[in-house]
Ligand binder design. Structure first.
Ligand SMILES: NC(=O)c1ccc[n+]([C@@H]2O[C@H](COP(=O)([O-])OP(=O)(O)OC[C@H]3O[C@@H](n4cnc5c(N)ncnc54)[C@H](OP(=O)(O)O)[C@@H]3O)[C@@H](O)[C@H]2O)c1
Length: 457
């Protein structure tokens, strides 16, 4: 197998792709005969590239010396279509036969059509040769129009089954767990609606600034970088109707149905961290949002007026992601004690787990009610390591399993929402925040409720 990474000098390759490929190799999940071709425009020998990438990778890699023999570097400007015949020759001249070919586009979306078209034109990827596949990082497109154009270009030349649109959130264990928790438990099935649920919060907080990615991020912002993909994917799993079966397409049909019924409220808070405009690659007086606090509704009989809050931001105090489902107050006839609302926390990062908050009797003679928690730590009960999202997804591409990849109509529906939000937002100035608490208190003022449950911090 030949695994080619376009954009291999970038952050994603060092942080996620090479470690994931290494882990698959370590676990003997890679085919015996494989090469990873790393493409970048900087001048490196394969050896220098591999040494530099290893220096930047954190953690232990006991079989690195054996693994690194499978890594190659190929220097090329991937935006130049004339460079592809040389790349093709490089591949053809490799000793050994590599009929399974995966092209992984770890680049900004504006390069997607250029690279895809060049690969198609030089016949490195051909329709219906299912051993030739192309993987696109998120976000797929920069808006609905560009996403549609990219998709058309692809499907005119190759088959949908050769296209993998990645959203690595879907490879996370707890995202995969949402459907199990919802549909394999009678206790949740009957209360998963507006009758019982007061609100749902979905959050993904990052501590990092835009770092070296200012040029990309300033054209994207949190809406396109996080909400269009990770948060909408999570939302659709939480809110979807039961699918007609466990068939991948039936599940995706229900996810699309959720996105098509989203109604974004006027209570959207856009923030930008103080100092953003001084970062490298950012336009002067940029109004790009690095924080979004979004309140929306899903107009289905199940959800009626239940608010869903989606929150994401850069330069937050702690990196964390999860879902907080708050249930309505029970009719409580116990007079003493401090009962709290029932909550279900689905923890995605850093801990993977489930916490259910409920009320019970405080120990002692008196009938005091007090909140208590059932706590399940997903990782703690796993023998060995839980696979990283990228490991799972790369392995799925190798095995032609597209169930955790985004289908075109999911992308189309999510861009439709984001485009409308961007149009409404226009060039209005985001709230400048110096800290997480500053921007969250802005949300709390607007929404009249705390963003996070203080007990879960
Ligand atoms: N970083 C993450 O953790 C992460 C997580 C999830 C998804 N993603 C997605 O993954 C994609 C890539 O992200 P990234 O963070 O790796 O971006 P990045 O750090 O900007 O890397 C992109 C790489 O592409 C190279 N490049 C740009 N133009 C080129 C050209 N014409 N020819 C050859 N190489 C060229 C750049 O190399 P030069 O140095 O030569 O410019 C750069 O190293 C994005 O779509 C992003 O949304 C990233």
């Amino acid at each position: 197998m030949l695994f080619t990474i376009f954009g291999a000098t970038g952050d994603l390759t060092t942080k996620k792709l090479i470690p994931a490929l290494y882990n698959l190799y370590f676990e003997e999940e890679m085919p015996e005969n494989f090469k990873v071709i790393n493409i970048g425009r900087r001048a490196y020998t394969s050896e220098a590239f591999v040494d530099e990438i290893r220096e930047k990778m954190s953690g232990d890699y006991p079989r690195w010396e054996a693994f690194k023999k499978h890594l190659l570097y190929f220097q090329m400007d991937f935006s130049n279509s004339e460079a592809y015949p040389d790349f093709k020759k490089f591949v053809e001249d490799l000793p050994g036969q590599y009929r399974n070919r995966i092209f992984y586009l770890a680049t900004a979306p504006r390069f997607f059509p250029i690279i895809a078209q060049a690969l198609i034109q030089c016949k490195m990827i051909r329709r219906d040769d299912f051993r030739e596949k192309i993987v696109f990082e998120k976000p797929f497109g920069e808006d609905l129009a560009s996403a549609k154009a990219y998709n058309r270009l692809l499907l005119e030349a190759i088959d949908e089954s050769q296209v993998f649109r990645i959203d690595h959130y879907l490879g996370k264990e707890m995202l995969q767990n949402i459907l199990m928790v919802r549909f394999a438990n009678k206790i949740f099935e009957n209360i998963w609606n507006s009758e019982s649920i007061e609100s749902v919060k979905i959050y993904a907080m990052e501590t990092e600034s835009v770092k070296q990615r200012g040029g990309y991020y300033d054209h994207s912002g949190a809406l396109k970088d996080m909400v269009q993909n990770h948060l909408f994917q999570t939302l659709s799993l939480v809110a979807m109707e039961p699918p007609g079966g466990l068939n991948d397409n039936l599940i995706k049909d229900e996810k699309v149905a959720v996105l098509d019924r989203v109604r974004v409220s006027d209570e959207v808070i856009y923030g930008q961290y103080a100092g953003y405009q001084n970062e490298k690659g950012i336009a002067p007086a940029s109004t790009t949002e690095t924080f979004v606090g979004l309140k929306l509704y899903i107009d289905t009989p199940r959800w009626k007026e239940t608010p869903f809050y989606l929150v994401t931001g850069k330069m937050m105090s702690k990196k964390r992601a999860g879902i907080e489902i708050t249930f309505k107050d029970a009719t409580c006839f116990f007079e003493k004690g401090m009962p709290k609302k029932n909550k279900l926390f689905i923890e995605i990062f850093p801990r993977e787990g489930l916490v259910l908050q409920f009320n019970g009797k405080a120990p002692g003679l008196a009938a005091y009610t007090m909140p208590m928690k059932l706590d399940y730590c997903h990782l703690c009960n796993v023998v060995g390591n839980s696979p990283e999202a990228y490991e799972k997804l790369i392995s799925d591409v190798v095995h032609n399993d597209a169930s955790l990849f985004t289908r075109w109509d999911e992308i189309e529906s999510s861009w439709r929402i984001i485009d409308a939000m961007i149009e409404k937002k226009g060039l209005s100035k985001p709230v400048i925040y110096g800290s997480e608490s500053e921007i969250l208190s802005e949300c709390e003022k607007r929404w009249k409720e705390p963003v996070f449950d203080e007990d879960m911090d």
